[in-house]
Design a protein around this ligand. Sequence first.
Ligand code: IFM
Length: 478
Amino acid sequence: MTARSDLPADFTWGTATAAYQVEGAAALDGRGPSIWDTFTRREGAVVGGDTGDVAVDHYHRFGEDVDLMRELGTNAYRFSLSWSRLLPEGTGTLNRAGVDFYRRLAERLLEHGVTPWVTLYHWDLPQALQDRGGWLERDTAGHLADFAAAAHGALGDLVTDWITLNEPWCAAFLGHGSGVHAPGLRVGTRAARAAHHLLLGHGLAVDAIRAGSTPASVGVTLNLYSVRAASGSGADRDAARRVDGLQNRFFLEPVLTGRYPEDVVRDLGEQEWFTANSADLARIHRPIDFLGVNYYSRHTVAAPDPAADAAGGGTFGPAFPGSEGVRSVDTGAPRTHMGWPVVPEGLVDVLEQAHALAPALPLHVTENGSAYPDTVEEDGAVHDGERLRYLQQHVEACALARERGIPLAGYFVWSLMDNFEWAWGFSRRFGLVRVDYDTQQRTVKDSGRWLRAFLREGASTGDQRRPAPGARSPGAVV
Ligand code: IFM
């Protein structure tokens, strides 16, 4: 059982969102198109043909949303910048209206005691840069650094905490391996080159931000999975090595140690290209102030076996070049609406894995959360007991990580509110706050009410009761 006081008094308790998932206002005030605007128009790319055109209208409702954060008692908000809102063509002169929006948001947060945490790149590359080759082109890394310098110049007096990239694994391998994310390419092992250019962009952006005139704390966010072999057999252990290699080590090691894991580059069959570009490792391995870890689940894996495939269970596909055919094994753990097994102890695994590579580096859980198909009661309440329990179990895992000596300094829930869940459209809900997509009405769910009680020291993770209703907040039905 964990209480807020079991974590340090200066621990960061935040919520997170990303520009394309929440802002809407896709064609307003000079914003240029991003690859997600293009991808969502592709037939069959997104469930229900949903788009982020309106999303949850955070662009217009951010004031109400900041009130919700204050109501929840969180002290930080992680949001991303829409690159094409700030630089409609991806390069050039800043769009004043875009700067104004993010300045007003940051000012509003600060007025309410909520620290803004800015992610520069959360997957929405300006379409103009995709037209020049996107992340498969090395130049895109330099453009990210220029964007970082411009954004920091425009917001650095209000924002101290900067995250260069969100989940480069997804941008590289879902965007260019399986193609289920924008830009929807399937280039096989060459997707690893996109990963390299993203990482290079990270390193260059770190330097660009540090060169600015205001001090900054800079890091990068990786999505790490706990990976376990289904058995002790050599074949299953090799399957786990491959999946851990591409998902975790391929990103952790260059950022934290300045090396790519040789076994992964070999599995990919990309040795020649990576050797030719090895001088970039010094540019990727820049000193950072923290590592952001997004954690959702564990992969339990077994060696390819066509006979077992026939019995179902799922295999890793083109998003895992070098591991295709590796099986995902069902251990019987409960699953979320995304189908992801709920394994809270896996959060400790991934924090330990990162900590082992950089023992002095502070870690932040920059995303953790769960989707469930919520039901709205007649009185408007959302009793999302499963999400509430997921949250409690992962907060307990944070406390355990601290007990084990890991310098974990913050925890951000994904997400503040229901939003556009990429290829799943609006069919998957992660929010502490429900959004009625017809009216844009926000309603704090039981999970949000529990978090509020927990942060006010009125509840612990052992508290199974429904949180008592509190006072109504502006814009929120509590
Ligand atoms: O919604 C995403 C987010 O954009 C990145 N991390 C995972 C979340 C849930 O899939």
